[in-house]
Write a protein that binds this ligand. Structure first.
Ligand code: ADQ
Length: 476
């Protein structure tokens, strides 16, 4: 039996895990800071891996020299797939973010289906496949990430690559009836069937996919259904389909939150709160994250439960994202207006109900807010997983935070027993959950938080990585 655990990993994702910039006339390249980078970096180093993706910088950057410097400093290599501005517009902003992203999050009303964008998506996916085939070695394990690159696997097969091909979808997979709306559904399903292993975040996503493939694409046969995975046959090949909930590095957050710097920052925040409880929301600016609905629920809680007035504030942190896409610009305006209106309605000279911060925070400031906030209000309309929910629990080292979580976040599958689950469209019930969390006794808070922390500690991002790579070597 081939053991895939020893093979070199060749990871393919839309963006390379780096930030390239220029300071005082000198070019810099530094590792990115996302959960995926943190999880994969040690394995990439250990197996001298290769990561292929778009560097996210213009042609003026001395890309070859920068990538060499990165490899020397980080112990694994990068290869760049350059994109023109037009490709960035059509493949990334147009098709990936204005067709697939809303469709896969059940938000059909936000979808724009353009044939030209679809064609560019296919062209860029073939370009990625060619770069992969130029760099791949016979024994590599090729692992493609996310909705921007679904077509890469099939293109690699067309190039007669024989290495094991794996794909992981970070966002949800919609129900078949919704997926059918995509004008190019057959091609996209066929592309997914080009992989040997398909990984989804939750059992629901996995089932949605298997049902869509079996019912919408002729020639797909479900040959085995097991708890851990399904096996499909298609055009003489076997495809394994599993679910692998992504996670965070629990220890990193837990230890980080206990550090001196975070403790100092948390103390400072606390002093300014003067006995008030803090409800925290942390999101990228995105219409899937349910931020306007959250503001309405908070407003309703203040209206329905006047005993909360002056005793609780909502701190909403929003990281700017996809700032060129019109729907995201509109959302920003909506949030500005809502926060202004609610504050004007309830504020007193010494209290504002909503603190709305539109920028990225450094790790210490973020952990201090996770640690200080008595309540986290994480209410996406739909989310593949939602790492913020897990980061909040891992940083809640005093075990006294209450997590209010959308039942439509993938994370609800693992955290549902400790969190207060809500339907984010149900403003009334979310307002009630805020009230309940505010008055929850310490014992109940502790019991719930311990349970969630134990779950995240057990199923951390290293466990995620191992179970995914192990699934490739299983033969049953
Ligand atoms: P995202 O949609 O980006 O990821 P999420 O999983 O919540 O969503 O991750 C957001 C990240 O941004 C977190 O690590 C968080 O710490 C960071 N962040 C948010 N606000 C911040 C702020 N103000 N300052 C600094 N950092 C901030 C996609 C899918 C998710 C899936 C992940 C991983 O949409 O469903 O969980 O991929 O698979």
């Amino acid at each position: 039996m081939t053991d895939h655990l020893d093979k070199r990993l060749l990871v393919v994702s839309n963006r390379l895990p780096v930030v390239i910039g220029a300071r005082d006339g000198d070019w810099t390249i530094i590792p990115g800071s996302g959960g995926l980078v943190t999880a994969l970096a040690p394995v990439m180093r250990q197996r001298q891996g290769l990561w292929i993706g778009w560097p996210g910088c213009g042609e003026e950057a001395p890309i070859g020299a920068l990538l060499d410097r990165f490899a020397e400093e980080n112990g694994y290599s990068l290869a760049a797939v350059p994109l023109s501005e037009d490709e960035e517009e059509r493949y990334y902003r147009g098709f990936s973010n204005e067709a697939l992203w809303p469709l896969f999050h059940d938000l059909l009303g936000f979808c724009r289906f353009s044939f030209d964008n679809w064609q560019t998506y296919l062209d860029v996916n073939s370009r990625f496949a060619r770069v992969v085939s130029d760099h791949a070695e016979t024994d590599d394990l090729i692992w493609v990430h996310d909705y921007q690159l679904i077509g890469v696997g099939e293109q690699l097969r067309a190039l007669r690559m024989h290495q094991p091909l794996a794909f992981f979808l970070h966002i949800p997979f919609p129900a078949a009836d919704l997926f059918r709306r995509l004008p190019w559904k057959d091609t996209l399903l066929r592309s997914l069937m080009g992989y040997d292993l398909l990984g989804f975040q939750t059992l629901r996503d996995r089932r949605n996919f298997v049902y869509a493939a079996a019912s919408l694409l002729s020639g797909v046969e479900v040959v085995r259904r097991k708890r851990s995975h399904d096996l499909l046959h298609f055009e003489g090949r076997t495809i394994r389909v599993g679910h692998f909930p992504i996670s965070i590095d629990f220890d990193e957050f837990d230890q980080g939150a206990r550090s001196r710097e975070v403790e100092d920052a948390a103390w400072y925040l606390h002093e300014n709160l003067r006995g008030r409880q803090l409800v925290l929301g942390v999101d990228r600016l995105d219409y899937t994250k349910g931020i306007p609905e959250r503001f309405l629920a908070f407003e309703r809680a203040l209206e329905k439960y006047p005993e909360l007035l002056s005793r609780v504030s909502l701190l909403q942190l929003v990281v700017p994202s996809r700032t060129q896409v019109p729907d995201y610009q509109n959302l920003k305006e909506t949030l500005d207006q809502m926060a202004g209106r609610i504050n004007a309605r309830f504020s007193s000279p010494e209290w504002s109900p909503i603190h709305y911060v539109y920028r990225s925070l450094d790790r210490i400031q973020l952990l201090a807010r996770y640690r200080t906030s008595e309540i986290a209000l994480i209410t996406p309309l739909r989310d593949g997983m939602n790492l913020v929910a897990k980061e909040y629990c891992a940083s809640s080292v005093e075990n006294n935070g209450v997590l209010i979580l959308s039942e439509f976040a993938g994370a609800a599958d693992q955290l549902g027993k400790g969190a207060l689950l809500v339907n984010p469209y149900d403003i009334e019930a979310t307002a009630d959950a805020i009230h309940r969390a505010f008055f929850m006794e310490v014992d109940e808070r502790r019991q719930r938080m311990r349970r969630m922390r134990a779950e995240i500690r057990r199923n951390d991002v290293h466990h995620w990585l191992q179970s995914f790579t192990r699934a490739l070597s299983d033969r049953d």
